[in-house]
Design a protein around this ligand. Structure first.
Ligand code: NAD
Length: 468
């Protein structure tokens, strides 16, 4: 059992109440997390505000060194954090699971440590000198989802701290423990108050909404659903907070007629089923040209049917259960509907508890809810098309605009189509491969702003221009 405390001003801090966290693989209670009150939130924000006074005055080299130290700490505790993550989230230790997530978290932290936003001279002549400085904004409020909780916490915390801000993070009630421990570990090398973590079951108090409204939080970085993101944006307007919103996606993959179906099957599968499909930029709709339709369907099913699904703690598992009942119910509803309209090629039936083996359903259309809605689970719809113009229209016919992919032997043609897709990232012959040196974000309702790279770092700063 992991009974964690909130981390406020460097101290493990209990709340008056707590809530249970369960293992999706077994239903067993893994541990308890504190159920924060609004006063707890105030304490965490006050600690971050006080720490900002000194943290924001650190030199660039000091901030970089502190982030390097955080990256090293994550590496040191990677296995412990991976085990905790698997217990509360369900994802396997192996495959693209918890160990992979911890590896990513350490890599992102290290890369972000090495980024910098030096002062720029915009003009320096007889008429005068103009300098562009980037100042930290203040206390950053971070709200994270349950799908990649450790990695996303790092994506929020590291750029904030690297640019001289301080942080209060609130993880999802489904996966609070790994974030509490992550922040506790970070506090071994950071001054008290620079990174604080509080947790809530979202029932006792809506701590997320209170953060978006808090007058002493100057920026919100939010990763989650479009619906909640819109609420954060509306609430944050009152205090004119800076916002980075990384929201939902319904990424389309377009397969052109010139592919070798067997060659792309593995990439298509992991594009759609990484983390059981519970990934913002997973491929959630697959459009296949009629000439290769049946062959692509068969190759994909052939690959998918051999994937070991089981308890996340079993070293042999490559996919685990769906992470929580709420998401399981959503996937089941969408699959049940799709079964009445399309052709089930694989799966389609839930297993024990929260298990739902990979499901592939062909012959669907954009009007079917499994295609139109973000399923965020292990169920991929396949849609047949005959004309390129038609399929680009179908792919763009969505309020989402996070990612997309084109699959073809003709890279030039694939890129032309990719450039016409309305989304923040597009991949050729792969899907969802993000990197710390490339800005990532959504267009349309999939978000506001970007993360990663210098562009992502800049979002944690206010520009100040000095004329002399
Ligand atoms: P969610 O929107 O339900 O919850 C996200 C977080 O918001 C949780 O911590 C939750 O406690 C908190 N929250 C709930 N109500 C709130 C309120 N009124 N104000 C502020 N915060 C509130 O999302 P989820 O189910 O945890 O995550 C799945 C979604 O996240 C999917 O749509 C997925 O595509 C998206 N996502 C996007 C990215 C990205 O980078 N674009 C990455 C991962 C996940």
């Amino acid at each position: 059992m992991s009974d964690m405390g909130m981390i406020i001003n460097g101290e493990r801090t209990a709340a008056a109440a707590s809530f249970d966290v369960t293992n999706p693989s077994t239903g067993d209670v893994v541990g308890t997390a504190p159920n924060a009150t609004l006063q707890d939130l105030d304490k965490a924000v006050a600690a971050a505000k006080t720490a900002f006074e000194t943290w924001s005055k650190k030199t660039d080299a000091e901030l970089a060194a502190a982030c390097e130290a955080v990256a090293a700490k994550i590496g040191e505790h990677a296995e412990e954090l991976a085990l905790l993550l698997t217990r509360e989230q369900g994802k396997p230790l192996n495959g693209l699971g918890s160990r992979f997530e911890l590896g990513g978290a350490q890599a992102w932290a290290g890369y972000t440590a090495g980024l910098s936003l030096p002062m720029k001279v915009l003009q320096d002549d007889n008429e005068g000198r103009i300098e562009l400085h980037r100042n930290p904004v203040g206390v950053v409020g971070s709200i994270t989802p349950w799908n990649w909780p450790v990695m996303i916490a790092v994506w929020h915390i590291l750029p904030a701290v690297r640019t001289g801000n301080t942080v209060v993070i609130k993880p999802s009630p489904y996966t609070p423990l790994s974030t509490l421990r992550l922040v506790e570990i970070m506090n071994q090398v950071l001054p008290a108050g620079v990174v604080n973590a509080i947790t809530s079951d979202d029932q006792l108090h809506n701590i997320g909404a209170a953060m978006a409204a808090h007058p002493d939080i100057r920026k919100m970085v939010f990763t989650g659903s479009i619906g909640t993101g819109k609420k954060v944006m509306m609430t944050a307007a009152e205090t004119m907070k800076r916002l980075t919103l990384e929201l939902g996606g319904n990424d389309a993959g377009i397969v052109l007629p010139d592919v070798d179906p067997k060659q792309i099957a593995e990439g298509l599968f992991w594009g759609g089923f990484i983390n059981n499909g519970q990934t913002c930029a997973a491929m959630k709709r697959l459009y296949v040209h009629e000439d290769v339709y049946e062959d692509v369907c068969s190759a994909l099913v052939e690959y998918a049917r051999n994937i070991p699904v089981g308890d996340g703690l079993d070293e042999k598992s490559v996919l685990g259960p769906i992470a929580n009942q709420m998401q399981f119910d959503k996937v089941k509803r969408l699959v049940d509907d799709a079964k009445t309209k399309g052709r089930v090629l694989l799966g389609g039936e839930p297993g024990e508890g929260l298990y739902f083996s990979p499901t592939i359903i062909a012959d669907l259309t954009n009007d079917d809810p499994l295609v139109a809605e973000e399923q965020f689970g292990p169920a991929l719809p396949i849609i047949k098309y005959s004309d390129i113009e038609e399929v680009i229209g179908l792919a763009n016919d969505s309020e989402n605009g996070l990612g997309g992919s084109v699959w073809s032997k003709d890279i030039v043609k694939a890129k032309e189509i990719a450039r016409r897709m309305q989304c923040g990232s597009v991949w050729i012959n792969k899907h969802g491969a993000i990197q710390p040196n490339a800005p990532f974000g959504g267009v349309k309702s999939s978000g506001l702003g970007v993360e990663f790279g210098e562009e992502g770092l800049a979002e944690y700063t206010d520009i100040q221009v000095v004329y002399s």
